[in-house]
Design a protein around this ligand. Structure first.
Ligand code: UFG
Length: 334
């Protein structure tokens, strides 16, 4: 049984490939390295001592994608190939809609042509927009997305619902990630944002290591425990394991479309994250309070009970693990 992983050299993709190989699955990766590094593939081999097939292609290239399906017996696809920078998506919406939506459609069309009907989609809590209430359950209102990146995730979810309704023979699992952080405990793979990071944890580690001068905390006047934004941070290895459970579910089912939140169920504020990082690494994080960032919401965290009940999955790693592993990764790299 081969699993095709698109974007398998990326942050969440690479951690998922490690877990798949550990489970003894055959893996075929495609990646065009638009936001990832070829060395990651070697690191995956170093961690797992296992091999996989790799194609350097863009999933928008139908002819090359078809070749991958011709040359391999693909049983299921996990799609991580997508752009994910919120700010960039506002500046370049067409680029985001083409890559994320057209790419997913080319992939789904190719799957259909080759009779592959198991699909795991990397979605995001961003589909919930500004939550009416927390914790967010899977049946909370979706669609109030505030940027093109989020809208691509929402649209692809809708496309998948239509595919399921019309063909009725597919097994589809949509995983809505909350805020992935951390890195593999080996320190060999982790998040490598290009340029100055937008997300909190990559920014914190770069301030602690002296690469960046200080963290700007975007607003301390939200209606939250200490006024700073609250999010559900989840260790990327826990997240990766969620994909293994999703595949197991699709293997067991005859047909179905399933949606799961992958989060811990606990929200931490920006200030709590800074303090937790300082405590677990012994490093100081210089910060200042800055104005709110446009488009940010005050509070967002998951109700992860459905994934626990139906997939037997729950996040195991602690906030300390998340901070330590993020720090370990950047130190190994420097
Ligand atoms: N923050 C700062 N300073 C920074 C960066 C972030 O104070 O330099 C704050 C933000 O204001 C927010 C929190 O830290 O309160 C988390 O911000 P991130 O940018 O790390 O994450 P977001 O929750 O904004 O975005 C994440 C993903 C998106 C996804 C979104 C909603 O990065 O891909 O969750 O699911 F769309």
């Amino acid at each position: 049984m081969s699993i095709l992983v698109t974007g398998g050299a990326g942050y969440i993709g690479s951690h998922t490939v490690v877990e798949l190989l550990k489970e003894g699955k055959e893996v075929v990766i495609i990646d065009n390295f638009s936001n990832s590094n070829p060395q990651t593939l070697e690191k995956i081999k170093e961690i797992t001592n296992k091999d996989f097939k790799f194609y350097e292609i863009d999933y928008l290239n139908k002819e090359k994608l078809k070749k991958v399906f011709e040359e391999n017996k693909i049983d299921a696809v996990i799609n991580f190939a997508g752009y994910k920078a919120v700010g960039e998506s506002v500046k370049e919406p067409i680029k985001y809609y083409i890559n994320n939506i057209s790419g997913a459609l080319v992939l789904l069309e190719t799957m259909k042509e080759f009779g592959v009907k198991k699909f795991v989609f990397s979605s995001s809590a961003t589909v919930y927009g500004n939550p009416e209430k927390v914790p967010l359950t899977e049946d909370s209102k979706v669609g109030g997305t505030t940027n093109p990146y989020g809208t691509t995730k929402f649209f692809i979810e809708r496309i998948l619902e239509d595919i399921y309704k019309s063909y009725n023979t597919w097994d589809i699992c949509i995983l809505r990630y909350f805020n992935p952080v951390g890195a593999h405990e080996s320190g060999l793979i982790g998040e490598e944002p290009k340029g100055v990071p937008n997300n909190l944890m990559p920014y914190i580690v770069r301030v602690a290591s002296g690469i960046l001068n200080e963290l700007s905390i975007f607003g301390n006047d939200y209606d939250t425990k200490d006024g700073t934004g609250v999010r559900d941070y989840i260790h990327v290895v826990d997240l990766a394991k969620g994909h293994i459970k999703a595949l197991e579910k699709l293997d067991k089912e005859q047909k179905g479309l399933f949606i799961y939140n992958l989060g811990t169920g606990t929200g931490y504020s920006v200030l709590e994250m800074v303090k937790a990082f300082e405590k677990s690494t012994g490093k100081k994080v210089k910060y200042k309070i800055a104005p709110r960032r446009a488009g940010d919401i005050a509070i967002c965290y998951a109700d992860p009970r459905k994934a626990k009940q139906e997939l037997g999955w729950e996040a195991k790693k602690t906030l300390e693990d998340m901070c330590r592993d993020s720090w370990n990764f950047i130190n190994k790299k420097c």
